[in-house]
Write a protein that binds this ligand. Sequence first.
Ligand code: ATP
Ligand code: MG
Length: 242
Amino acid sequence: MTTTSAAISQPLDTQAGVELMIRLEEVEKVYRTDRIETVALTNVNLAVRTGEFISIMGPSGSGKSTLLNIIGLLDVPSSGKVVINGRTINSYSDRNLSRVRNEEIGFIFQTFHLINDLSVQDNVEIPLLYRRSMTGGERRRLAQEALDRVGLSSRVHHFPSQLSGGQQQRVAIARAIVGKPRVLLADEPTGNLDSQMGDEIMDLLEGLNEQAGTTIIMVTHDPRQAEKTERIHRLFDGRQVN
Ligand SMILES: Nc1ncnc2c1ncn2[C@@H]1O[C@H](COP(=O)(O)OP(=O)(O)OP(=O)(O)O)[C@@H](O)[C@H]1O
Ligand SMILES: [Mg+2]
C-alpha cells in the first residue's frame, strides 16, 4: 500500500462518514480593551461539509464578522477548537497559520478591499506573491484564468476606480480564487451592490461552489441571498440560535 505524505500530514475530518472542511467546537471570543470586555461569541459549534455553501445571518454586532475572521484564521478564539480541513489549528505557529490561510482560504469583503493604484491584473496577482516558487509568467497566467472565470478578462489593464461596483467585487472574487482555495469566506459580498449586481455576484458564487466544489461561507443581511444557500446559521448576541 502506498501512502502519500500529504495524506499523513492532513487527516480527513469526518462526522458520521461525511467529510468536514470546517469544524468549530465551543468557540468563545472575548475582546478586551482598557476598560471594557466584549463577549463577541459564546459557545459556537459549527460543522461545514466539504463542498457546502452556507450563510450566516444575525443582527449588527451579533458576531458574524468575528466568526468569519476566526474561521479564516485572521483572528484567534479566546477558547475552543478550530479544525480546518483536518488540521487542528489552535497549536499552529503564526507562520503556519499564514501559510494555511494563503493556500486554503479566499476572502471577499463588503467593501472589496482592492488596491486603487494597482491594475486589475496586479490586484489579482497579490495572493500569489507569497508563493515563492511561482514564476511571474505563472502568476500572470493564473490571474488571467481567474479574471476569465469572473468574466473580466477584457479589463486586466483597468484600475479599480474605472470599474463599476459589481465589477470591482468580481475582481475581488478573482483575487480570492486565484490561488484555488478550497474555502471561500465572504463577509456581506453583496452589501454594497444593487440587487441586480448582487444577484450576479450570487450566481458567480453558486457557480464556484457547484463547478469547483469550493466550500463557501457567506455572511449576509439579505434573506433573499441567504435562501439560495444550503443552510442558514443564525447568530444573536454572539450565540447561535439554530
Ligand atoms: N477588534 C475588536 N475589539 C473590540 N470589540 C470588537 C472588535 N471587533 C468586534 N468587536 C465587538 O464584537 C461584537 C461583534 O462584532 P462583529 O463585527 O463580529 O459583529 P457583526 O455581526 O459582524 O456586525 P455587522 O453586521 O455590523 O457587521 C460587537 O459588539 C463589536 O463591538
Ligand atoms: Mg460584520
